[in-house]
Design a protein around this ligand. Structure first.
Ligand SMILES: Cc1cc2nc3c(=O)[nH]c(=O)nc-3n(C[C@H](O)[C@H](O)[C@H](O)COP(=O)(O)OP(=O)(O)OC[C@H]3O[C@@H](n4cnc5c(N)ncnc54)[C@H](O)[C@@H]3O)c2cc1C
Length: 469
């Protein structure tokens, strides 16, 4: 049995399903997409045109080899666009769907076996005869030899500081993408978080409720930095810097090297230095000890995230305008308590002067970013995998323990044959694995690897790159 199941209907699931469709012949490729529109997932399901991609159009794609690239697709819909533009995320969702539709059509014409299931995977269990059973519903199982989990990050859990009364009030929103569910305009809306999701939330809220006062609170009050309007030239000594970073020991030594590079003469744009580290980020992370990773998360993560995951210039300008108009206040403070009903009482401690104050807000939106703490998640499938010891939570709550190729480790620390993850669940192993450039490369590699090493030649064939071309 050489069938494969891809679980998760977001862009990562689409990427690996499409790669497999092209390669696997003689076995069935299943795609378990749940109820949402396949290929869009959380990021590309937005319909708000102010939600822009944070990667330039030329850098966005879903497959390693595409029939049409995203810039061409966008130009057909928007008129002339440049590869350096930051385009609406919704448009990229359209592109992913068009690409996957095209691959499905080709696979259909070639007589390939595949199935798309609009249910969620409830459980994945190991079968005595080898392979896995993926449960979709009562009495509905897929029997496959390989499973790829592409289920993205977890849905948010409420912060521990939020009282039950506040949660019950309906004024505390855990899902930043559901502003439209709140019909009544708030006088004041408070967003917990100042990252990319918070920026999108603030922009949507400012349009939807033009008279609302907006407040954003996070420990450092650091909004994402801004991309340059045009691509930057590469730092000329990037290769030397990367080599030195890989050879150096300890976080302090690595930070020193980055600082020296930033003070080089002529001084490079810091953004090009940070971006130039992208090819070595996973290797650097894998070289860190548990303690170094912990230190990184505690002391460096906030500034790394703001520097590495930057906003499009138009988004930053819109946020800046809100601040200048006095409609948006940003606080560097710790949220101590969210209590009450409407208005909610949000008690914060200011980072600079440690003063405690309370802000009244008609609505509070939690936009605290990627949650990968699988051990605490209310996610049926993940809980079952942990319970059955087919998977193990990363000790720093960065998804599941896995090998570099995405194969999960079981409770005995051994590779769990045939069970893989792709995307955010691999943060513990790869750190940078959540954006499309990384996901697309990983999906291509995983599909090639599964074909080359694990699919029995007598049951199924793999179409090689040469045969395709
Ligand atoms: C707001 C936002 C903006 C972003 N912007 C960019 C950008 O501009 N450029 C970029 O490169 N990256 C961006 N990213 C990163 C983004 O995470 C990736 O680009 C990509 O969308 C991740 O897709 P995914 O499939 O891994 O996860 P998701 O989009 O989370 O999709 C996973 C899907 O799996 C489903 N699922 C969960 N459990 C099950 C189950 N048991 N059975 C079936 N289905 C299940 C979920 O419901 C979900 O639909 C952004 C992310 C966010 C959140």
């Amino acid at each position: 049995m050489a069938d494969i199941a891809v679980v998760g209907g977001g862009a990562a699931g689409a990427a690996v399903f499409g790669e497999l469709l092209r390669r696997v012949d003689g076995a069935t490729v299943h795609w378990v997409v749940g109820e949402s529109a396949p290929g869009r997932g959380v990021a590309y399901a937005t319909t708000d045109e102010r939600h822009l991609l944070n990667v330039r159009a030329a850098g966005m794609g879903v497959f390693a080899e595409q029939d049409e690239d995203f810039v061409q697709h966008a130009s057909r819909h928007l008129g002339e666009v440049s590869g350096t533009d930051f385009l609406p995320r919704q448009l990229f969702g359209d592109f992913v769907q068009a690409q996957i539709r095209a691959r499905i059509e080709v696979a259909r014409q070639a007589g390939r076996d595949f199935a798309i299931h609009t249910e969620s995977a409830l459980a994945v269990t190991r079968q005595a005869t080898g392979g896995y059973s993926v449960q979709l519903g009562p009495g509905r199982h897929l029997h496959v030899s390989r499973v790829i989990l592409a289920i993205g990050a977890l849905t948010q859990r409420p912060l521990r500081t939020v009282s039950q009364k506040a949660l019950d009030s309906g004024a505390y929103e855990l899902d930043p993408w559901r502003l439209a569910d709140h019909a009544k305009a708030p006088r004041r809306l408070l967003v917990i978080g100042t990252g990319l999701t918070a920026v999108d939330t603030l922009l949507s809220a400012s349009t939807r409720w033009p008279n609302a006062q907006l407040v954003a609170v996070s420990r450092h009050g650091q909004l994402p930095f801004t991309h340059s309007a045009q691509p930057l030239t590469t730092y000329p000594h990037q290769a030397d810097l990367n080599r030195a970073m890989l050879a150096s020991h300890g976080l302090a030594a690595k930070l020193r090297l980055v600082r020296e590079a930033l003070n080089d003469i002529p001084q490079p744009d810091w953004r090009s230095v940070i971006d130039g580290m992208r090819p070595i980020n996973a290797t650097l992370w894998q070289g860190f000890s548990y303690e170094q990773r912990r230190q990184f998360l505690r002391h460096i993560r906030w500034i790394w995230e703001a520097s590495r995951h930057r906003t499009a210039p138009a988004s930053s300008e819109a946020v800046q305008q809100l601040r200048e108009e006095g409609r948006l206040q940003v606080h560097a403070a710790r949220v101590l308590k969210v209590d009450g009903s409407v208005p909610l009482q949000v008690t914060i401690r200011d980072r600079a002067n440690q003063l405690v104050s309370t802000i009244e807000s008609d609505r509070v939106i939690q936009a605290t970013g990627l949650d990968t703490a699988v051990a605490y998640a209310e996610h049926g499938l993940l809980s079952q995998l942990l319970r059955d010891e087919l998977a193990v939570a990363d000790p720093l709550q960065l998804g599941l323990l896995a090998q570099a190729d995405g194969q999960l480790l079981n409770a005995h620390g051994e590779p769990q044959s045939g069970l893989y993850a792709l995307g955010s669940l691999l943060r513990g192993n790869l750190w940078e694995c959540t954006a499309m450039p990384e996901i697309r490369a990983a999906a291509h590699q995983l599909a090639a690897q599964l074909c080359e090493t694990t699919i029995a030649p007598n049951r199924s064939g793999c179409v090689s790159d040469r045969q395709r071309s």
